[in-house]
Ligand binder design. Sequence first.
Ligand code: PLP
Length: 307
Amino acid sequence: MERFAYFNGQYLPESQVCISFRDRGFNLGDAVFDAERTFGGKIFRLQEHIDRLYGSLEKASIDPGLSPQEMIEITQQTVEKNLPLLKPNEDYWVMQRITRGLNVVGGELWQSGEATVIVECTPLPLRARAPLLRDGLDVFSPSLRRVPPESLDPNIKSHNYLNLVLADLQVRDRSRHAWAILLDTRGYISEGIGSNIFLVKDQALLTPDARYVLPGISRGVVIALARDEGIPVCERDLTPEEAASSDEAFITSTSFCICPVRSYDGRMLGAGEAPGPVTRQLSQAFAREVKYDFVSQYLESLGGSAA
Ligand code: PLP
């Protein structure tokens, strides 16, 4: 039994999806994507993700040759076809990937064929990430800075993750639970590989301004929930020193939802408990919003092992 993926108009077993080595997504990272997750098999906020995807496509001047509604239907079909392969307690990470297409042989670099469109899903890495959710992350700011908005609009969710990948590699060996949050070129904290960061200081939430980071869908959910819970939220420039002296911190991402941070640049945060009280309150509110206990889902994947 093999998962199916949508590839340029067809649903194919994954092993039959063959991307050309001339594809610009492969050659140049000339592609955009978006990623959702399912909760109990249902895709969360698909419309919002597709709106963001079409925003990325427009900013990158890529025409996918499909309407947003068609993309929604293809995504739903892809998940539907693969649901029977999910094990109990698992959920899918669902991706739309659109490249500018193939380079034209004998042509110029700005020329390309039609867009390559892939919609695929894989089980969320629940077991691999459960220890991070259980214990909290050790966040470090690597020396590598985030590509600035003047060079690449952070609202384009592009395939080109090299800046984030290299930054992540810089911190990987510092702790088993290491996570990179890059500083921007002005020296303020920005974002990490597929993740936004929040600090908690004096019962208020602080997060980098959306002009410098991809405004994650999970970030938006948390901001709205915090306002409902009466927790003040401030989007502004944040220094690494503020982060290291915050009471609590957490990251948000589609896959994690909310993951507590236990230390920043080697300093334990607050009372040293991760999650701290505000992070726990927001995680519970998040679980109510998505109608799914995502924390238990992660922890249960450990199946009694300490991992
Ligand atoms: N920042 C970057 C650079 C990302 O690529 C992502 C998503 O992968 C995020 C933040 C978090 O966004 P979301 O909450 O929509 O997953």
